[in-house]
Design a protein around this ligand. Structure first.
Ligand code: ZN
Length: 446
């Protein structure tokens, strides 16, 4: 970690923020992870009401994940939106460190797979265990189920929320509330890679079924077509996943207007698009030299009937918040909420800088919602990170790239050349370590 609570042990820690979450939720004191030990803290920091890092125990945890948001993606978004010397909301968090994201090999988990996917990295942050690419909270080779941080939170009485701009059955939201062998097993009719998990075979079902059966209080995102598929076994055999959700007490909604009207008291499943949610911005994709641009991005492309990630975050907090009361309500725990900006990754794959930046800026607005809540509720821990690095790079404007390039005109009124060169067609993830940042009560000295 860089910053006030500087650790003396190495800074690159696999599962670092899984450990932070464990500290926050379960109150473990000694994890041996390189977190500062008693006596290392600066005087006067403990219990700071401004939400600076300090002692105490987090009541609420908001974990925000920019999918594919490496330092390169953050820098490109900052340069375009705020200028090179500007600051995004996510730059304001006082504790910053890095963590490695490598996966392990399915056939020999003692060997790393240097470039991970969101299923393997998600399994790592959600369960504290590395796995192989494609797996959803299951062990490499042996296919054992791994317990997730959301499940631990539920057992401890916390309310839980899982939010994404992707299909809710995509890897990042899936790892918290489902265990399957392969990430493709998203709906009851998508089980080709996970026959043993089918409900008709006595298994727990697809990712969509497991998310609903798990009883996550707030599920907001997209992927309606997965939830319209028919269940093939168990008590809801013959029903769709949406009908099963309704039977299990969910209110199911499909528009931003319905989200605005939602009130607490009922579990909520929001499915705002048939596939992934619509993009915020658009622009020309990168192309072989001389590339596209110089261009400015076209903003405001998301239709009004789909909520923004910031709106979903705001509403989730409102629905999950457990205000301290008197008597029975007094000792109530708080909430655990995951918020994913999913299409930073997806538009990076598609070598489209404007679409990638628009999603990163929208993610940053969700971060701002979380930080604003944290200021008023200092017992809230906000963690902002990515899940793996990605392809986009800033290169000199006079470089001649063998990949695909686009030149953007930034907030500085300067030209920024963005290069995509990790593959011939659709671009790939990369294997670099990435940023993890936090604000709120992080270290429990008690
Ligand atoms: Zn990806």
């Amino acid at each position: 970690m860089r910053g006030r609570n500087r650790a003396r042990r190495p800074v690159v820690l696999s599962g670092l923020f899984g450990a932070l979450l464990a500290v926050a939720l379960v109150g473990f004191v000694s994890l041996g992870t390189g977190l500062a030990q008693p006596g290392e803290r600066e005087p006067g920091v403990e219990g700071s009401p401004e939400g600076r890092p300090g002692g105490g125990k987090a009541k609420n945890v908001i974990l925000l994940i920019g999918d594919g948001m490496g330092e390169s993606e953050i820098t490109i978004a900052r340069n375009y939106e705020k200028g090179a010397a500007g600051r995004l909301a996510l730059d304001a968090l006082p504790l910053t460190g890095d963590y490695t994201t490598y996966a392990v090999q399915e056939d020999d988990p003692s060997k790393p797979d240097y470039v991970p996917d969101s299923a393997a990295t998600g399994t790592a942050w959600a369960t504290g265990e590395k796995t192989s690419n494609g797996r959803i909270s299951t062990t490499p080779g042996t296919d054992r189920d791994l317990k997730t941080i959301l499940e631990l939170a539920q057992e401890a009485g916390y309310k839980t929320g899982d939010v994404s701009t992707a299909e809710l059955t995509d890897a990042t939201p899936a790892v918290l509330a489902a265990q399957v062998r392969d990430r493709s097993c998203q709906g009851p009719q998508n089980m080709a890679e996970c026959p043993q998990d089918r409900k008709s075979n006595g298994g727990p079902g697809s990712i969509a079924e497991q998310e609903v059966d798990e009883g996550v209080d707030v599920l907001l995102g997209a992927g309606r077509l997965r939830f319209e598929q028919v269940i093939d076994g168990g008590p809801d055999s013959g029903k769709t996943v949406i009908q099963s959700a309704e039977r299990q007490g969910y209110r199911v909604i499909g528009t931003a207007q319905e989200l605005e009207m939602a009130r607490s008291g009922q579990k909520l499943l929001g499915l705002f698009n048939a596939g992934n949610m619509s993009l915020e911005w658009t622009g020309q994709p990168a192309a072989p030299e001389p590339g596209t641009g110089p261009q400015r991005c076209q903003e405001g492309r998301r239709p009004d009937n789909e909520p923004s990630l910031a709106q979903m975050t705001q509403k989730s907090i409102e629905l999950l918040e457990q205000r301290p009361g008197k008597g029975k309500a007094k000792g109530r725990p708080g909430f655990f909420l995951q918020v994913e900006g999913a299409s930073i990754d997806k538009r990076d794959h598609a070598f489209n800088p404007c679409e990638q930046i628009g999603e990163n800026v929208a993610f940053d607005e969700a971060v701002k919602v979380a930080l604003d809540y944290q200021k008023k509720n200092p017992e809230t821990l906000v963690i902002v990170t990515g899940d793996h690095a990605h392809t986009s790079q800033i290169i000199p404007t006079d470089a001649t790239s063998p990949g695909k390039v686009s030149t953007l005109i930034t907030a500085d009124e300067a030209e920024m050349k963005v290069n995509y060169g990790t593959e011939k067609g659709i671009q790939t993830h990369t294997g670099s370590q990435i940023r993890v940042a936090a604000q709120g009560p992080i270290l429990n000295y008690s």
